[in-house]
Design a protein around this ligand. Structure first.
Ligand code: CMP
Length: 137
């Protein structure tokens, strides 16, 4: 089942020079392709849309501050079961609980600064792709 998903390499990943490492892991999965890619610093309006479901949580404001603290790489990845697959590559939200071999498990320690975001469902993917790549059909 071919799908597409929205992936963000967060400011910690860009600042630490892990973009190539993370995108390399995605590129090495058979048949997955990158169909859009951009480096930019996100403004609050975009982040409020993207993280709308988290408004009011105690981690929301620090998350928005962190996510706007430096450039982010946003990309759309397409391919077989890519939604579940990228989340598997990423590992669980808390990097200390994430297994070795996953992106968060290998490189992260802090839940907020967990290197990568990946859409969690087809509905989320379509909503998020519209936010980050409004021109993409
Ligand atoms: P992400 O996949 O982008 O979705 C929501 C983000 O909020 C999550 O990754 C983390 O960066 C952050 N987050 C989620 N839970 C917590 C938490 N308990 N404390 C701090 N940050 C969190």
């Amino acid at each position: 089942m071919s799908q597409r998903t929205l992936v963000l390499l967060k400011p910690d990943a860009v600042q630490r020079g892990l973009v190539g490492e993370i995108i390399g892991r995605i590129e090495r999965k058979a048949g997955w392709t990158i169909s859009a890619l951009e480096l930019r610093t996100l403004d609050r309006a975009v982040l409020e849309q993207h993280y709308a479901e988290h408004v009011g949580r105690d981690f929301y404001e620090p998350l928005v501050t962190f996510m706007s603290s430096g450039p982010v790489v946003s990309l759309v990845v397409e391919g077989e079961r890519v939604i579940e697959g990228v989340r598997q590559l990423a590992g669980p939200t808390d990097p200390i609980k994430a297994p070795s071999g996953s992106i968060r498990g290998d490189f992260g320690t802090i839940t907020r600064e967990n290197l990568i975001h990946a859409s969690d469902s087809e509905e989320s993917a379509e909503r998020e792709i519209k936010i980050f790549f409004p021109g993409l059909s």
